[in-house]
Design a protein around this ligand. Structure first.
Ligand code: ADP
Ligand code: MG
Length: 306
């Protein structure tokens, strides 16, 4: 595994934002996280980046435990939801920022930034300020800035959700092109189920701080097992004559419960049509129910009991 989290817990006061999360990404692959707002996706990324510390658990990058390594030394690129550029710096200076912090050689900085500007298709716009760019161009600068220091691992937190729909594909295509050309490993958060299906190798689904399902892209989209994942996947519009009836079958009732007062046992049970007494008492274990397919649900416990 290139990046691995083992038994991660993160507590904010009484509230648990990460509840025993274990998760790994192989080198050169793109892993995506799905899950409702507030399920703890951004918190996981911030812990991998070193912007937050877990209360318990270990984080490994390329085989090394990084819990005690400061953010600046973890060699991770971070592309945020809103472009988060320095408004008073030009395109050039925004991209050069990380290299200057590292005190890289001036000639090298010039060469690297020029190369990146070409790569993201913004040649000629070096001297512009963020306010003189379109949303898509700003996000390209954000991507170049993340890549400048040559990280091998890139995390993207909803990198396109603030962009106009018409340019979302361009930015995603740029990210994928860079991944292939540079052999990068990605962790991607998105609400766009179709996009995730299109770009990822592996998909994890979170709900109230825990993983409920993790599998390869193909398996997750073609045979989701957890009732929450089934509801998510069935909400993707498709040119399927049975779509409406299918959707009816897995329609999800109610809202995500307050994370401050999560349900006992399985945190999804209040919205699950299969919930039984056992689900209220015993939290399901996140386990491998088929090779490389992990699910946290009593429906898939080996003894067949509910
Ligand atoms: P997601 O990215 O899946 O929407 P987040 O990881 O941002 O979820 O947040 C998970 C939960 O942790 C949310 O309920 C959020 O309010 C809470 N949270 C995040 N950061 C903090 C913080 N610094 N202090 C207190 N609560 C936080
Ligand atoms: Mg988030």
């Amino acid at each position: 595994m290139y990046v691995e989290m083992r038994n991660i817990y993160k507590q904010y006061g009484n509230f648990r934002a990460s509840d025993n999360v274990s998760f790994g990404i192989e080198k050169g692959k793109l892993a995506a996280l799905l899950g409702p707002s507030g399920s703890g996706k951004t918190t996981l990324l911030r812990m991998i980046a070193g912007l937050e510390n877990p209360n318990a658990g270990d984080i490994f990058i390329d085989g090394n435990r990084v819990n005690d390594i400061p953010a600046a030394k973890r060699e991770i690129g971070f592309v945020f939801q809103s472009y988060a550029l320095f408004r008073y710096m030009t395109v050039y200076d925004n991209i050069a920022f990380g290299l200057k912090v590292q005190k890289a050689d001036k000639t090298y900085i010039k060469k690297r930034v020029t190369e990146l500007i070409e790569l993201i298709g913004l040649k000629g716009l070096e001297k512009r300020y963020p306010s003189q760019l379109s949303g898509g161009q700003r996000q390209r600068v954000g991507i170049a800035r993340a890549l400048a220091v040559e990280p091998k691992f890139i995390m993207c937190d909803e990198p396109i959700s603030a962009l106009d729909v018409s340019i979302q594909a361009q930015v995603v295509n740029l990210l994928i092109k860079l991944q292939r050309e540079m052999g990068l490993t990605y962790l991607f958060i998105s609400h766009d189920l179709s996009m995730v299906k299109h770009i990822s190798d592996r998909v994890g689904v979170m709900y109230l701080g825990s993983f409920v399902e993790l599998a390869s892209n193909e398996v997750l989209y073609s045979s989701p097992k957890h009732p929450y994942t089934q509801a998510l996947i069935s909400a993707i519009p498709e040119a399927d004559p049975d779509y409406e009836s299918q959707k009816e079958k897995t329609k999800l009732e109610g809202e995500v419960p307050s994370p401050l007062n999560p349900p006992s046992g399985c945190k999804f049970r209040t919205r699950c049509k299969y919930a039984t007494e056992r689900c209220a008492q015993e939290p399901p274990v996140f386990r491998e129910v088929e090779p490389d397919h992990f699910v946290a649900c009593h429906l898939f416990d080996k003894d067949g009991e509910k």
